[in-house]
Design a protein. Structure first.
Lengths: 116, 113
């Protein structure tokens, strides 16, 4: 039973345009969400996070939106650059609710290709 | 330079052999984790440890063992009981604070011949 779902295995976007990566979750106890970026044969790199008390968090070209009622979050990259081509993982934690033990649940990832 | 190191980068093993993957961190993080990544799959948690001399099984612990004798080190042993050991193994650590961001090492690619 997948608690964190990234339904699009891949996404292609033209350089300079917006990339939107989506993530859905089923566990209502999740209260902290993260996005990681991963290149082949390397470890994931933390990108941006958001807690459930917010609906938006922005860091440079990266913005994460959270819709708690829909159990949906998205990562927007504007403008997209060829160096953004990587696999993006969505992850969720139930830290604040106290139900978890510092574990993250990951989606399967979305491979983003930014075309020059 | 703070970070997480994993060694070796590539590891080959014959069937039936145990092998130990190294993970060291100098970030002074309390918690450490081992994940496995297979093609087209997300990261699946093998084991985690929140404190020295204590660790818990994750979702796919069968065929693996760990130890946490020092705060900085969390080695993973892939035993011969693991049915499909060929995978990319990732180690991570975190502060266990309110913003529990896990930071990852570069990974070890294990191939069973």
């Amino acid at each position: 039973d997948q608690q964190v779902k990234q339904n699009s295995p891949s996404l292609s976007v033209q350089e300079g345009r917006i990339s939107i990566l989506n993530c859905d979750y089923t566990n209502s106890m999740f209260d902290y969400f993260l996005w990681y970026k991963k290149y082949p044969a390397e470890g994931p790199t933390f990108l941006i996070s958001i807690s459930s008390i917010k609906d938006k968090n922005e860091d440079g070209r990266f913005t994460v939106f959270l819709n708690k009622s829909a159990k949906h979050l998205s990562l927007h990259i504007v403008p997209s650059q060829p160096g953004d081509s990587a696999v993006y993982f969505c992850a969720a934690s139930d830290f604040f609710s106290g139900a978890g033990s510092y574990q993250l649940t990951f989606g399967k990832g979305t491979k983003l290709s930014v075309i020059p | 330079d703070g970070g997480i190191t994993q060694s070796p980068k590539y590891l080959f093993r014959k069937e039936g052999q145990n092998v130990t993957l190294s993970c060291e961190q100098n970030l002074n993080h309390d918690a450490m984790y081992w994940y496995r990544q297979d093609p087209g799959q997300g990261l699946r948690l093998i084991y985690y440890s929140q404190i020295v001399n204590d660790f818990q099984k994750g979702d796919i612990a069968e065929g693996y063992s760990v130890s946490r004798e020092k705060k900085e080190s969390f080695p993973l042993t892939v035993t011969s009981a693991q049915k499909n050991p060929t995978a990319f193994y990732l180690c991570a650590s975190s502060m266990m604070t309110a913003t529990d961001t896990q930071y990852f090492g570069p990974g070890t690619r294990l191939t069973v011949l």
